[in-house]
Design a protein around this ligand. Structure first.
Ligand code: GLA
Length: 451
């Protein structure tokens, strides 16, 4: 088996990512847009940065504080052409805000568009890449989100889009400052094919909408593979669908961005936000909070601080989860099984129920371990439930051993996420990766399991 696996691994093409050393795991942070839109000022940013710290979110990895659209003045500096901030919102200047964010131990990011204007109608960076990148670097910017509005028709083939986005990539690199480059061209022209070497992440779809599954004609595509109008108002579970075939294109330093999180913004239930957070983590999307972190409910905090789920996103095996199957259910919607390989003999699988009714589902470990082969998948595994706390209050309560097929109950619109580790060391030997004694949980063999 080990030899067979090695052969499989070496058949996968090696991709060289953008060489800025950033986003070796998907970036995490907070962004102004989903909650505040254009209604931002320097206090919004600094207060949110402080809230990241007072809530312990920085310790969990949320490190980037990101200013989205509408920070700009009405026009560039008429003499130099340099970008200028709106002084009514940022009286002390962007640099002073970046300095404050840095003094809190966090990183600072900004937004522009690869167009003449941004989506909010402010000046964009098209043909101003060099001076903009230099100015951002001089302000201490660590991250650029680079949008796609008003691109003057410079899209339509991967090469045209590549050139437009590569201009900013080169300009950022030329500053000598490590600046994470987050492309936001909504999946147009297939950035997962052309942006791997120029960006740290790329949006895969039109803008997220804070709703589980409402269809909206403004997000008209059913798949992003040949989508001609990415649009916006894309319900959360539709973005999960969009992401399913694209995981194969992501890896260390270059990620599929499923868009910023809506957890805490009020449009979804607890179970729906659990699905949102879980699936973004398993898809290895950047985890960028989009709520008001200065004013959060306990439920919101519970979700965004689930360190067992965050650990899946941060696992150093850079391959996103695969969707093993999706089965329609009679009441509408479907049940989906997703599976992801982590380092050190650990796997995680998720059972997602997009249907309007609660379901009980038979899950076969042969499906969970579809890529590892049937001799491995027929072994016994110790499972923990990553959305259940153990007696010490830690996420990831142990739920026993499983072999073969077992039954999982999943509420409507909810996702159950389990970690699986081989219950015996002999099955671990089939995977000659880094040995980590903490990954081994001995246990008995129970064949009947209801989760
Ligand atoms: C686009 C982007 C959003 C946001 C807005 C700002 O719609 O996709 O994420 O940045 O622009 O105007």
């Amino acid at each position: 088996m080990a030899r067979k696996l090695l052969a499989l691994v070496s058949a996968v093409p090696v991709v060289v990512a953008l060489n800025n050393g950033l986003a070796l795991t998907p970036q995490m942070g907070w962004n102004t847009w989903n909650h505040f839109g254009c209604g931002i000022n320097q206090d919004t940013i600094v207060n949110s940065a402080k809230a990241l710290i007072s809530n312990g979110l920085d310790k969990l990895g949320y490190e980037y504080v990101l200013v989205d659209d509408c920070w700009q003045a009405d026009a560039r500096d008429p003499d130099t052409g340099a970008p200028v901030e709106d002084k009514s919102k940022f009286p002390d200047g962007i640099k002073a805000v970046a300095d404050q964010v840095h003094s809190l131990g966090l990183k600072f990011g900004i937004y522009s568009s690869a167009g003449t204007y941004t989506c909010g109608g402010k000046f964009g960076s098209l043909d101003y890449e060099e001076i903009d990148a230099k100015t951002y670097a001089s302000w201490g910017v660590d991250y650029l989100k680079y949008d796609n509005c008003n691109n003057e028709g410079r899209a339509g083939t991967p090469q045209i889009s590549y050139e437009r986005y590569n201009n900013m990539s080169q300009a950022l690199n030329a500053t000598g400052r490590p600046i994470l480059y987050s492309m936001c061209n909504w999946g147009e022209d297939g950035p997962w094919n052309f942006a791997v070497n120029i960006a740290n992440s790329w949006r895969i779809s039109g803008d997220i909408y804070d709703n589980f599954d409402r269809y909206d004609d403004r997000c008209p595509c059913t798949s992003m593979l040949d989508c001609k109008l990415a649009g916006f108002h894309c319900a959360m579970s539709r973005i999960i669908d969009f992401s399913a075939p694209l995981g194969q294109k992501a890896g260390k330093g270059h990620w599929n961005d499923l868009d910023m999180l809506e957890v805490g913004n009020g449009g979804m239930t607890y179970d729906e936000y659990v699905t949102h957070f879980s699936m973004w983590a398993l898809a290895k999307s950047p985890l960028i909070l989009g709520n008001d972190v200065t004013d959060m409910s306990d439920e919101t905090k519970q979700i965004i601080t689930n360190d067992a789920i965050i650990a899946v996103n941060k696992d150093t095996n850079g391959s996103p989860a695969i969707r093993v199957w999706k089965k329609p259910v009679s009441q509408g919607g479907d049940i989906q099984l997703w599976s992801i390989t982590l380092v050190n003999y650990q796997w995680v699988f998720a059972v997602l129920n997009t249907s309007p009714v609660n379901q009980t589902v038979d899950i076969s470990l042969l499906d969970v371990f579809i890529d590892q082969g049937s001799s491995f998948g027929s072994g016994t595994f110790t499972l923990s439930d990553l959305w259940q706390k153990d007696s010490s209050g830690n996420w990831g309560a142990s739920v026993g051993n499983a072999q073969g097929t077992f039954t999982v109950s999943v509420n409507s619109h909810a996702t159950r996420v389990f970690k699986a580790v081989p219950a015996s060391s002999s099955s671990r030997r089939e995977f000659e990766t880094v040995d980590d004694p903490h990954a081994y949980y001995p246990g008995g063999d129970s064949r009947e399991l209801l989760l």
